[in-house]
Design a protein around this ligand. Structure first.
Ligand code: ASP
Length: 426
């Protein structure tokens, strides 16, 4: 890793700790509104990141397809990626179920009458209209196909843009002569958006400092105390899963955990402070491509897909939250119902958008599947923002490790078009 990246990692780490301490200080001294004055800087940081997502995803996936050289290579990579997503997500949910049953954070807890009134109106209606698992999953698949690629770009529908870029990239392989101008345009677009991402990353310490300060100034510790056992269960589960992922990463990459952590510090801390895998994506892509030594084409394909459908942290969180709610209500869930939670939490995480609070919305699917009251969400609302930070960090880490695993499983021959020459004749 380059010296500059190490410096950047240190600076971002310091910014996070500084924001945390100052934010907490403002909260304790009753000066929370001071953080509000600086809030626009955090918002600017998130907007800048969002600004590059679509051009970056569009051009990188297209170029990755083109470099892969054959639709078979794409199929092989896709199968490996999806296989990894399923196995690790299922493992995460299992960990969550084990910890929540062992620690039993909701048993004997009195938390008053819960309601979902604390949710924004949009969220309230989404939670209440809970479409059920089948409709949600089918909805994800059907909605992944864009009606209009430009509309998909304009509305930042990342999954739709991914699908269009994959198809467009494959078509380019079949007609190398005609696609030449488009390919060179995409090449420039990719290089330019990556450069822009680097520029935005220079602003990351400021953005992360302000975001952390604002969250701490607003939240403080009061809500945390009454729900501390529940929070500890989620965080211990997420921590164990992160260790499991780190062992896999160190084994497949043959590098030390320290090396991996340093290389990924920018995306992990950005995920922590923004609670959005999507907003973090440009930084994740730049860091994985440049700091971990995996093939760029693997990263370009696996990361955007992972950011939208692979959410280990969210899946783990949903299983813990559902059982916690059942424990508070004094509802006993038998093994069969816990198996249903295992399946629905895994799938609900796929359906969750890569934005703050999305996991809370898909929670209604898990609760509905085993007949738990949706108002139970009200019980965990107060600490959701904080837990979102932890689960989003694990979501992003899971995507990065997925890239390492898939890359290590791809044979050299599968990158037959690595030099940028498609193997399919015109
Ligand atoms: N905020 C999470 C993410 O962007 C999704 C969630 O709410 O769990 O990855």
């Amino acid at each position: 890793m380059q010296e500059a990246s190490k410096k950047e990692a240190k600076l971002i780490g310091l910014a996070m700790i500084g924001g945390l301490i100052i934010g907490l200080g403002l909260h304790l001294t009753g000066n929370s509104e001071v953080a509000g004055y600086l809030k626009p800087l955090g918002t600017i940081f998130i907007r800048l990141l969002k600004m590059v997502i679509i051009p970056l995803v569009f051009s990188s996936i297209f170029m990755a397809m083109f470099h892969l050289g054959t639709p078979e290579a794409l199929g092989s990579m896709g199968r490996k990626a999806v296989g990894y997503y399923f196995v690790t997500t299922a493992f995460a949910v299992l960990l969550g179920l084990i910890f929540v049953n062992l620690i039993s954070p909701g048993t004997g807890v009195e938390l008053g009458t819960p309601s979902i009134a604390g949710l924004s109106e949009v969220m309230q209606s989404k939670v209440s209209e809970n479409q059920g698992l089948y409709k949600t999953i089918v909805g994800v698949i059907v909605n992944a196909i864009p009606k209009n690629p430009f509309e998909a770009m304009a509305t930042s529908s990342v999954l739709q843009v991914i699908v269009f870029s994959i198809l467009f990239g494959i078509v380019a392989l079949y007609m190398p002569k005609q696609s030449k101008p488009v390919v060179s345009f995409m090449e420039s677009l990719e290089a330019m958006t990556l450069k822009l991402t680097h520029g935005i990353m220079k602003f990351a310490p400021v953005g992360i400092f302000v975001l952390m300060m604002e969250i701490m100034a607003k939240t403080g510790f009061s809500a945390v105390i009454s729900l501390s056992k529940y929070m500890a269960t989620v965080i211990i589960g997420l921590g164990c899963h992160a260790i499991f992922l780190m062992i896999i990463a160190a084994w497949r990459l043959k590098k030390s955990p320290m090396y991996i952590l340093r290389g990924l510090s920018a995306p992990l801390l950005t995920a922590f402070s923004t609670s959005s895998s999507a907003a973090t994506l440009p930084i994740t892509m730049a860091s994985v491509e440049e700091n971990l030594g995996v093939r760029k084409d693997t990263a370009k394909f696996v990361l955007p897909l992972g950011a939208t459908i692979n959410m280990d942290g969210t899946a783990l969180y949903e299983s813990v939250a559902a059982i916690f709610i059942a424990q508070v209500y004094g509802i006993h869930l038998d093994l069969g119902q816990q198996v249903i939670i295992f399946m629905t939490a895994s799938l609900a995480a796929i359906g969750a958008a890569a934005i703050p609070g999305a996991g809370l919305i898909t929670m209604s699917i898990v609760l509905g599947a085993v007949g738990l009251p949706i108002e139970g969400i009200g019980l965990i609302l107060a600490v959701d923002r904080i837990l979102d930070m932890f689960r989003t960090t694990v979501n992003v880490f899971g995507d990065c490790v997925g890239t390492i695993v898939v890359d290590s499983m791809m044979d050299k021959e599968e990158f037959s078009g690595d030099a940028g020459k498609p193997v399919i004749a015109d």
